[in-house]
Design a protein around this ligand. Structure first.
Ligand code: CS2
Ligand code: MG
Length: 402
């Protein structure tokens, strides 16, 4: 069996997506996601100029060997561009293998560990009252777990506040828009939101919060401590994680569960966090962390320390990643939760898929492969549109982590 050709499809049905399609001499094809929000074209070039020429003629059944070829063979290891390109190839090859086996992907991985996959949705508002309403709407839709973010008085466009009810899309401008940040104001306001949420809805639902890399370790520890009475499912990205040791200080001071990893690319980014048991959930996902082949290594390593998965699932991860992640989640023994931000109807139409939402859970389908396709004709109607994530500055103009 041979790879005969491969192409990269860029489409913008409401937001940009980069998709790799690999064709074989047996007529079976596979699809992989290579989207990197705000830096899409870097991955397009990496695939078109440097990966696809090497793939032609290779045996697509040799998934592991091709993964190692692209990782070790590039000499330049790791990083968000490289690992997304590898992920796209890896996912397309798993799709091909599962189609050849006439099985849904989760069967190839080891079979079902659960029926459905618990997901969390994003509730947000410009202030506490609006967020409380939004959480109520998610509860009414059947969600068991809800992430709550609020605008903060005095902070311009605080992270996580969307425009519509169900959709939140941060990459919103042809050049980065400037948002604000003020840790003092956030530390004052965020605990009040959770106090209100527990007062109104009680403790039956899981609540989550994303710090989005904004706090220092000491401030994160303080926030974690203040949130303890509200029994969060997790506090995410409470401090930047380039320095994995930073989490020691947070861990020593709070029992609020910690989640991190949506911007990690390999197991090495999480090694110290995992083996020192500094986190509770690992948020790496298929597209950013080298595909199914590598994510499986991360999840297995995390399982040794009772750390569970909580894969990133924002709208910039295409339905191809979501579909693949759901097969992974259906199999992985140490599953925790799956993030689920709904895609727009336009996006869903470009990527026909067989997963569905029911009573707070997502279910992958039984179609052979990962169950997600791309309608190329429809995709061609939505040309690429430059869209950047915002940047964040403090009141005095200092650049901060967005
Ligand atoms: C976020 C994302 O979903 C999350 O937890 O942190 O909204 C993130 O900001 C985007 O995926 C960036 O592209
Ligand atoms: Mg996040």
């Amino acid at each position: 069996m041979k790879i005969t050709s491969a192409k990269v499809i860029v489409t913008c049905p409401g937001r940009n997506f980069v998709t790799l399609k690999i064709m074989t001499d047996q007529g079976v094809y596979g699809i992989g996601d290579a989207t990197m929000n705000g830096r899409e074209k870097a991955v397009v070039s990496y695939l078109e100029d440097h990966v696809i020429p090497c793939l032609i003629g290779m045996d697509p059944r040799r998934i592991e060997d091709i993964w190692q070829y692209l990782y070790k063979g590039a000499y330049w290891r790791r990083g968000p561009v490289t690992m997304r390109a590898i992920a796209a190839v890896d996912v397309a090859l798993w799709d091909i293998k599962a189609k050849m086996a006439n099985m849904p992907l989760y069967q190839l991985l080891g079979g079902r560990s659960r029926d459905g996959v618990m997901v969390y949705g994003h509730a947000n508002g410009s202030d506490i009252a609006e967020t409380v309403d939004a959480v109520g709407q998610y509860i009414d839709m059947g969600y068991k777990a809800i992430r709550a973010q609020t605008g903060v008085p005095g902070i311009k466009d605080a992270y996580g506040v969307g425009r519509g009810k169900l959709y939140y899309e941060p990459a919103d401008a042809a050049l980065p828009s400037v948002t604000g940040w003020d840790t003092r104001k956030a530390l004052n306001y965020v605990p009040k939101m959770f106090d209100k949420l527990r007062e109104v809805y009680g403790f039956d639902h899981h609540l989550l919060h994303d710090g989005h890399h904004r706090y220092t370790p000491q401030e994160a520890a303080n926030l974690g401590k203040m949130l303890e009475p509200y029994q969060l499912f997790w506090l995410e990205d409470c401090t930047p994680a380039e320095n994995q040791e930073a989490f020691k200080l947070v861990r020593q001071h709070t029992v609020t569960p910690l989640a991190v990893g949506e911007i990690f690319n390999t197991i090495w980014d999480a090694k110290d966090l995992i083996q020192n048991q500094l986190i509770d959930y690992i948020r790496c996902t298929i597209v950013s962390a080298g595909g199914v082949t590598h994510l499986r290594r991360i999840a297995d390593f995390a399982a040794l320390y009772q750390i569970r998965t909580g894969s990133h699932g924002a709208t910039d991860l295409s339905p191809v990643t979501m579909g693949t992640a759901l097969h992974f989640d259906t199999w992985v023994p140490n599953f925790g939760i799956q993030e689920y931000m709904r895609h727009t109807e336009e996006t869903d139409a470009v990527f026909p898929h067989d997963y569905h939402f029911e009573r707070g859970e997502l279910f992958c389908g039984e179609t052979p492969g990962h169950g997600v396709d791309i309608d190329e004709e429809l995709a061609a109607k939505y040309p690429y549109k430059p869209a950047y994530l915002p940047v964040a500055r403090l009141e005095d103009g200092t650049m901060w982590s967005w």
